[in-house]
Structures are given as structure tokens and as C-alpha cells.
Design a protein around this ligand. Sequence first.
Ligand SMILES: N[C@@H](CCC(=O)N[C@@H](CS)C(=O)NCC(=O)O)C(=O)O
Length: 236
Amino acid sequence: MADITLYTFGTPNGFKASITLEELGLPYKAVEIDILKKEQKQDWYLKINPNGAIPAILDGNQRVFESGAIMLYLTQKYDAEGKISYAPGTPEYTEQLSWLMLQVGGLGPMQSQAHHFRVFANARSEYAIERYYNETKRLYSVLDSRLKESPYLAGDKYTIADIAHFVWTTVAPTILEIDISEWPALKEWVERIKQREGMKKGLGVPKSAFGAEEIAERVKKGRARIDAMTNTESQV
Ligand SMILES: N[C@@H](CCC(=O)N[C@@H](CS)C(=O)NCC(=O)O)C(=O)O
């Protein structure tokens, strides 16, 4: 029987865990870890995630940290029916794993660096902005090519590999002013899966302190702050 607590904040990595839990229909308690207040670095939390980041879960005494590990743990333990995953050992599972790893090792780190240098940095670097924007866009092209030949990333079924990539596409327009329509198959996949109930519920966990408009306003101010700096000027 599941006894799950999710430690999270309203970010793409956090949503990967909450959407997976919602799609599986699992009961869980959500605890907000406010990363703006550095709550993720408190001693008690480092015992759950030694890397001091969200998300993490406790399932009874079992800790699981890293969003990709959480998705694999939850589906391997609680998705015997294969609602949002393929069974280990099958060719489809290997395809799912490959796309999931591309997200955790590729799009996640690249797009979050693009966010950092475009909105949150203390120094302006045109080189870094260009490098991480280009890499993010290149990865969207890779997804677009795959989605031209397959309805979902791992095959005919919506899986955790789709959830992992999807959450990053949802923030790209607001934070990076990237228009997903540039990639028609990716855009069509986004429109299709954003209608899912589990997706909608998971994107609401934890209840955000800021509304969508306030977030848009904050990131706009962040971009303007970076734009006002001279290249590589540090404001530390
Ligand atoms: N590789 C990690 C990344 C986790 C991560 O970077 N989480 C961010 C929020 S999206 C965070 O907690 N940042 C605050 C920090 O690292 O101190 C995962 O996939 O779970």
C-alpha cells in the first residue's frame, strides 16, 4: 500500500513527479519546499534528497530523489496495468527509457541553463544565452522529428517519457519567449496531452503562491534586467 509524501515546488522537475502520481491515481501528501527561501538545503531535507533539490518522495521509509528516478520507481511499483509506462524488459520499455534519459540528461539541464542566463543570472553572457537557447531549440527539433513518425515519444502510448519533456515545453513560451508552433508535430502533441486530467491536476501541485500572470510579469522583469546589463557585466 502506498504511503507517499512528495516534496516539491512549482517547477518543471516538480511537476514531473506530481503529474506521474496524479496519472497513476495514487494517494499522496504534497509538502511545499520553497526553493526561493532555500528550504531545499535544510538538514532534515538533505536526508531525503542529499542533492538538496526538488522533487523527492518518501514512500514509507524508502526515499527516492531525482525526477527521473521517481518516475521510474512509481511506474515500476504502481503501474502494473501499464497506464503510463511499458513493462521492463520489452523493446518499448527501452525506447521509453531512452527518451526519458534524453530529457533528464539533455533538455532539462540545457533548458534550465537557458532560463538561468536569460532571466535569473547576475551577469549577462550573450555566449551562454545563445548556446543554451540553441541547444534547447535543437532538442525541440529532435522531439519534433520523432513525433512526426510516432504519436508519443516511446511509441503508441503516452508514457513518463512524454510527461518529462512536456513540462518543459509548457514554460518555454513564458520564460524564454519560444513559440512551440515552430515545431508543428511537437505543438500538436502538446495540445493533445495538455487536455489530460492527470496532467492538469499535477500542474497544480503544490498550490502556487504566484498566479500565471504574476510569474509572467516576474520573468519579464528578469529579462529586462539582463537586457539592461552590458555583456558579461557582473552584478554580484
Ligand atoms: N536532476 C534533478 C534536478 C532537480 C532540480 O534542479 N530542481 C530544481 C528545481 S526545478 C531545484 O530544486 N533547484 C534548487 C537548487 O538546486 O538548489 C531532477 O531531475 O530532479
